[in-house]
Design a protein around this ligand. Structure first.
Ligand code: 5AD
Length: 481
């Protein structure tokens, strides 16, 4: 294992060092002589879910099979997240479990893919020496080659301790997987990656270091993808990107893409996540305001309501600019649902600075929010330059305060919806009450209602009769919306 760091893309298996030299591309007709059953387990964000669908596509094209149950697998790929420390701790614990499994099933190949693999690189092997494969988000094209090489070792009866793990850790700013057909579970909502990587360099964030530079997929191809998804029966498409609204393809911007996708025949709804406030252009707002299929819901990460904290975070906007943007959005798109991400306890955050965040949340009144304690990530700009000096207890107390505030606001907004009617895209049977369906409103709230004569995939009008903390409960009225 000693030479791994010298060969960032491949280890000493003698494989070529640059991706261009790899001739065995998935789908090039190469027949898989050692098909394996692969179980992919996904942690983290929607982008990872989408990447797992890509991995399934790559593996299937090269003759492997993906399976739904780990007991049926001879390869387990764990697609990981690195955004906060607890995301990585969770995976390390999971890997220990997988190691127990490997003791019972020694030929089991364990792979760690995704952001944590890219972040920890070969150090991951110190924590989990039984891992066979470590692969970052730009290297999935090499999965079949990696499996082949690991399988060859196994068949040559090289003992487990003498086998070299396979490393695929080169970030490649040209890799967009445009030619790979992802394998998705059938359903109502499909996720479509329109852009990979991030150029923003927020000081707290590991993403640019583990996902590389920003690159967008061609608009024409994406529209064709959406047409295919509609043909397959999907009713809603969620466009995905790390800073989704910085999308660019030649002269087209994100607003152009929203319009183009929104007009695809048969598509009921388009959403997107996650935009960056600095890229919330008039073009994007116009598309949201005027294209009926584009949902009137915006997840707009604020991170902090204090301009000085935002500066330390290098968010590139002030609290005032963000407030102005929200006012503009609400003017152009009345009833727009807003959600956000907040980090408390970022480096040097004072009581006053935290209070500004609290006040801003109280004033804006988001429909919902994801709230986090700052978690220092090795390699980020904050890790290099700013001390993580807010005590853990203070972070915890601040988090508790904003969670309480947000719970109250979300509950009040839901209560105000009682008596009104919402259009709901029917997604499936309610888990608790089989005579009911659940679905999402345009603003991404969950609604539960008796099925009556509706079907999964319909858009129905639901009158809201009551609410729980996060759910609207009601009845279908007037048949379809
Ligand atoms: N610590 C805590 N939260 C973080 N996020 C990103 N990096 C960190 C970090 N180091 C949060 C941000 C981002 C969301 C996806 O995760 O709020 O918007």
């Amino acid at each position: 294992m000693k030479d791994q760091t010298l060969f960032p893309l491949y280890n000493k298996r003698g494989l070529p060092e640059t991706p261009q030299q790899v001739s065995q591309k998935p789908g090039d007709g190469t027949q898989q002589t050692h098909p394996r059953r692969v179980y992919i387990e996904t942690y983290g964000c929607q982008m990872n879910v989408s990447d797992s669908e890509l991995m399934a596509g790559i593996l299937t094209q090269s003759g492997h099979q993906t399976v739904m149950h780990i007991d049926d697998a001879d390869v387990v790929l764990v697609n990981t997240c690195a955004i906060r420390e607890n995301a990585e701790t969770k995976v390390i614990n999971r890997l220990q479990h997988l190691n127990h499994r490997k003791r019972r099933q020694p030929e089991l190949i364990i792979g760690v893919c995704g952001c944590m693999a890219q972040h920890l690189r070969d150090r991951l092997l110190e924590a989990a020496p039984y891992v066979d494969l470590v692969m970052g988000p730009d290297a999935y094209r090499n999965l079949p080659i990696a499996l082949d090489s690991l399988i060859r070792d196994e068949e040559a009866h090289i003992s487990l301790t003498d086998r070299d793990p396979f490393l695929g850790l080169r970030l490649d700013k040209t890799e967009d997987y445009a030619d790979i057909a992802p394998i998705r579970k059938d359903g109502i909502r499909a996720w479509l990656t329109i852009q990979r990587g991030c150029d923003k360099m927020c000081t707290f964030c590991i993403v640019p270091f583990v996902r590389g530079r920003e690159r967008s997929l061609p608009l024409k191809l994406l529209v064709e993808d959406v047409e295919k998804l509609v043909d397959q029966g999907f009713k809603e498409v969620v466009l995905l990107g790390q800073t989704v609204n910085s999308y660019r393809d030649n002269g087209s911007d994100f607003g152009d893409l929203l319009f183009a996708v929104g007009e695809v025949n048969g598509l009921e709804r388009v959403r997107f996540t996650s935009p960056h406030p600095a890229d919330a252009t008039d073009s994007m707002i116009n598309a949201m305001a005027s294209c009926p299929t584009v949902c009137k819901h915006l997840h707009l990460p604020l991170q902090s309501g204090s301009t000085t904290v935002l500066e330390r975070m290098r968010r590139t906007y002030t609290a005032e600019e963000y407030r102005t943007l929200v006012a503009k959005l609400r003017e152009r798109i009345p009833n727009i649902a807003l959600s956000t991400d907040i980090i408390v306890g970022f480096c040097g955050e004072t009581d006053e600075e935290f209070e500004q965040t609290y006040q801003m949340m109280a004033n804006i009144r988001y429909d919902s929010a994801f709230m986090f304690k700052y978690s220092e990530r090795e390699g980020t700009l904050a890790h290099k330059a700013l001390p993580d000096d807010v005590p853990e207890t203070v972070k915890g107390e601040r988090l508790k305060q904003i969670i309480e505030l947000q719970e109250q606001i979300s509950a009040d907004i839901n209560t105000a919806a009682i008596g009104g009617t919402v259009a709901v895209l029917v997604e499936g049977e309610s888990r608790r009450e089989t005579e009911k369906y659940h679905g999402k409103t345009d603003g991404f709230k969950t609604a539960v209602f008796p099925k009556m004569d509706s079907k999964i995939g319909d858009v129905v009008n639901v009158r809201v009769d009551s609410t729980t903390a996060h759910t609207l409960i009601g009845q279908i009225i007037n048949g379809h919306a």
